[in-house]
Design a protein around this ligand. Structure first.
Ligand code: 13P
Ligand code: SF4
Length: 318
């Protein structure tokens, strides 16, 4: 028996009503489906979402993104209720860095400063000196003296990229994102041949060969801004395909083409975790005030400082 889909218009009305009733604010990452991006009060990259979470007045924050994004909001505002429409929305990159193994690695290098990408669990952040996102990693690494010994985790591609542009030799954790590592260099080059006037936009979680053909490397927000500021009319986009919704919405006269994954039979440039969130689940979480993000108090205490440090540093280097 097929289950009838609820009308999006009706769902949106219910969400607006429930949001008012609950005194909630809705934040969405650029990788969410278009309908969720359109109904959100705030939309942004990981850095913007962390910044906004630390500033909003509302007592209930709904994070339409993945689990670590909900945790980041909870760590920054532990007195608030943080909801995520589907708490199974994990992250392969965060999963590639289990806290116990990372702790062992950190303990083996006691003279190192620990810099962690925001795509980590709260427990990994609790082992960290300063958190970064792809939007501020370079600038934050450069606030440390050249000779500083640094551990960088968990993304090896972002870590290698930052090492390359800063001349550092940070020790890297060997983690990666299953979506960003899927892009095919060969197919992207073929696409570029068909569209020689297109600029190639690449997220730094992609492998080095993809980075080497990029006209711009950056976080989702950086790529979006570049697409607006560039004179080019066409872009090949090597990051999760959700960003295309916002690119097309903000620059309707420009053309955005998703970079092809190696396996053309799958939708591998979609993050299956991000796409677990739906309008129905967003409505239900506001209705039931669940699922809620819960983080252990002791972990919150340790993980707050490195995130706040990131926010302070990125204010200074803005
Ligand atoms: P941004 O920090 O660019 O938003 O990226 C988050 C993410 O999950 C990338 O895969
Ligand atoms: Fe994690 Fe990759 Fe999904 Fe980003 S795209 S949330 S890094 S699995």
């Amino acid at each position: 028996m097929s289950v009838e889909k609820e009308s999006p218009e009706r769902l949106k009305k219910e969400i607006e009503l429930l949001k008012k009733e609950r005194g909630a604010v809705i934040m969405a990452h650029y990788y969410q489906t278009g309908d969720i991006q359109d109904i959100a009060d705030y939309i942004g990259d990981s850095l913007a979402l962390a910044r906004i979470a630390s500033q909003v007045k509302e007592k209930v924050i709904v994070v339409c993104g993945v689990h670590f994004m909900g945790e980041t909001a909870k760590i920054l505002c532990s007195e608030k209720t943080v909801l995520v429409p589907d708490t199974d929305a994990g992250c392969s990159l965060a999963d590639s860095c289990p806290a116990d193994e990372f702790e062992k690695f950190v303990n083996e290098h006691p003279d190192h400063t620990v810099i962690s990408y925001v795509n980590t669990t709260a427990a990994v952040k609790a082992l960290t000196d300063v958190v970064v996102t792809s939007g501020n990693a370079r600038e934050i690494v450069e606030t440390f003296p050249k000779e500083e010994k640094i551990i960088f985790g968990p993304d090896r591609n972002l870590g290698n990229y930052i090492n390359g542009i800063t001349g550092r030799k940070m020790l890297l954790w060997d983690g990666a994102c299953h979506v960003h590592e899927q892009f095919s260099l060969e197919k992207t080059l073929k696409l570029k041949k068909e569209h020689p006037d297109a600029k190639v936009l690449v997220h730094p979680e992609c492998k080095k060969p993809m980075q080497l053909i990029a006209d711009k490397i950056g976080s989702t927000a950086v790529l979006l801004k570049y697409a607006g500021e560039s004179d080019a009319e066409k872009f090949i986009v090597a990051t999760e395909s959700g960003i295309l919704h916002q690119m097309q919405k903000e620059y309707p006269h420009k053309i955005f083409i998703p970079a092809p994954p190696s396996d053309s039979t799958c939708a591998c440039n979609e993050c299956s975790f991000m796409k677990l969130n739906t309008l129905e689940k967003l409505r239900d979480c506001l209705k039931n005030m669940s699922p809620e993000i819960i983080v252990d108090e002791k972990i919150i205490e340790k993980a707050r400082r490195p995130i706040e440090k990131m926010l302070e540093l990125s204010e200074k280097i803005k």
